[in-house]
Structure formats: C-alpha cells, structure tokens
Ligand binder design. Sequence first.
Ligand code: NAP
Length: 350
Amino acid sequence: MKTVAIVGASGYVGGELLRLLLMHPEVEVKVATSQQHAGEYVFKAHPNLKGFTSMRFSMDTPEEAASKVDIVFMAVPHGSSIEHVPEMSEMGVKIVDMSADFRFRNQADYPVWYGWEHPAPDLLQKFVYGMPELHRKELKSARFISVPGCIASSSIYSIAPLAKAGFLDGVVVIDAKIGSSGSGNKPSMATHFSERYNSVRIYSPSGHRHIGEIEQELSIISGTKVKVTMSAHSINMVRGILTTSSVFVEREPKIQNIWNAYRTMYGEEPFVRFIMDPSGVYKYPDPKLVVGSNFIDLGFAIDRHVKRIVAIGSIDNLIKGAAGNAIQSMNIMEGFDEKEGLMMSPMRLV
Ligand SMILES: NC(=O)c1ccc[n+]([C@@H]2O[C@H](COP(=O)([O-])OP(=O)(O)OC[C@H]3O[C@@H](n4cnc5c(N)ncnc54)[C@H](OP(=O)(O)O)[C@@H]3O)[C@@H](O)[C@H]2O)c1
C-alpha cells in the first residue's frame, strides 16, 4: 500500500484524483490540501464524494504534504508547481505533476509557449511525459511524471499512429472543442453561465499552448520535425473534448494501411477504443460516449478530394485528459496492474 497526497485537491482535477484514488486498492489518500477549504470536509468542495470519505482538507504546504507520503499529485495551476517541485524533488518523494511546468524536454520551449524562462531546466530531463500508451517503458523506472495537457492528449493519441507510420507530409491542422471544466473551477466573466451558454467561442484561433507539446511528441514518434497548428473552441458542454485533425498526405492513402497503423500502436491497449460504425448515430468518436471514463475513443476518415486523413479523438478532459492518465502512469511507475482503479464504463448521458 502506497500513501498519496493531492495538492490543490479542491479543484476539478483534484476532485477526480480524489474520487478515483479513494477507490484504488493499492493506495491510501493521506493528505488532500486546500488553502480555501482547509479544515472543511472534502465533500464540501466535492459533494459527489459524500459517504465515500470523512477526510478533511489540510492546509499543508506542498513540501509538508510531500514529507508525509510516498507519492504527491500536484493539481495546481501552471507556474505554481515549479515553485515547489525543485525542493520536493530532493525529498525522496515521487511526484505526478498535472501542470505544464515539466512537460517540455527542451527548456527553450517555455519562453515560446508560456512566456517565461524555466527556472529549473535540469529537472526537465528527469520527468517522463505521462502518456502510458506512448511512454510505458520510461514510466516503469520514473520517479517524476508530467501529465499531458487535455487537448494535447486527445490530439496526440489520435495522430500518433499516423506519425509513426510516416503519413505526416505537411502541417497538421487540429480543430479542438472543449467543455467548460477544461478551464478549472475559478469563475470569470468568460465562464459565467450567461456568457458561455449557447455560445461556440473560438477562444484560441492560433497559438494554443498545447501545440508545443503536441509537436514535441509527434516529432519524437515520427523521427522528423513535425509542425502543428490548432484552433480551439469552447462549446456548450461541461466535460469532454473532441479533436478533429487534418493530416495532409502526398499520395492517396489506402484505408488498410491506416487501419494497420492504428492497430499496430493500440491493438492491445485497454483504454483505447475505435468508433468506426457505418450505421447508427455514433459513427465516430463523441465526448458523450466517454464521460466518466478513462477511455480515448478514436476514429478516422479519408478525404480523397484534397488527400487528407481526418483523425478523430475524444476523451473526458478530467480523466483520460488529466486524473486518469496520471493514475494509469502511477500504476506503471509503481508496478501495479495498469488498469487498477480505472476500468469503469463511461456514463450514458441521456
Ligand atoms: N481542467 C482540466 O481539464 C485539466 C486537464 C489537464 C490538466 N489540467 C491541469 O491540472 C491543474 C489543475 O487544474 P484544475 O482544472 O483542477 O484547476 P482548478 O479547478 O482551478 O483547481 C486548482 C486548485 O489549485 C489551488 N490553487 C489555485 N491557485 C493556486 C496557486 N497559485 N498556488 C497553489 N494552489 C493554487 C486551488 O485550491 P486552493 O486555493 O483551495 O488551495 C484550486 O482548487 C492545472 O495545472 C491544469 O492546467 C487541467
């Protein structure tokens, strides 16, 4: 049994980490920190957990939390992890970071995508990108894990097989649609119900921060320098992401070769499903089909008119896009069954 702490446990990702880890047979949640809710029962911030735990939030600093457990999950905003992780990394504790602070291998990517110089560049090489299906081998010997961004996860999962099989002949163009929980629990005018409801808002037509990590991972997989562009939209949904990516090819691809690329990479993966149904309502991935689960649903289509492969992915941003990938990665790091605590069917949102 391993003991864990969740720092930033009052947030949306912290809440999902709590929900899943409280049911995990190999771990004990010992500390859940919150500055705003310190001393309150966990179910005050996460009413869905009433009856599942009598824990209260603590106001431990991340370093104090780290001194009490085997593994710390950092579920705090970008720029906040970096203030604590360098000291925590010397304490012997294992760290799973949900923020972007350790996702890049190359320190030069931080000024480009986040606008700041990385203050602890030596640590970047010690973190493993927490995408189990692509980094399983490195995760087995990891001590520090950096969990991918949510839109990055859906994009990379859906394009990676095409990158590996050499299909990426030009710039990859991603269209992303995301629900409101993607921006966390801190309210703003932009997330106010009256402003967000009934709206399809293109909040990032270009230059989205996740492009950097998508390029990083697709370049590693393909062995070439991959260029990506993306437009991201917030849509009328609380949870879920749909990414529709255009991969342009020089020669018209054969459908069998594309299938082979996906099957070779994901044929045995427990959390990858293919949604390619010739009939019915759900012919392709739809976030509605994955909510509440750790699945990534994938599909593709061929656009012969302009020699384009359309790669489709959908996830629950808070699970396969955050807490689920974090726990799956931890399971691998600790030598647990990779599926432990994660094999639940999605909700049927009807
Ligand atoms: N939401 C998603 O879909 C998603 C997906 C993938 C990754 N992530 C990443 O996961 C992390 C958490 O995201 P979230 O959506 O759960 O955010 P959130 O709902 O805003 O929660 C973050 C929590 O961190 C604490 N916090 C806020 N500002 C802080 C600061 N400056 N220093 C220390 N703690 C602070 C807050 O708790 P107290 O003030 O009570 O301590 C808050 O509840 C972020 O890095 C985010 O980018 C999010």
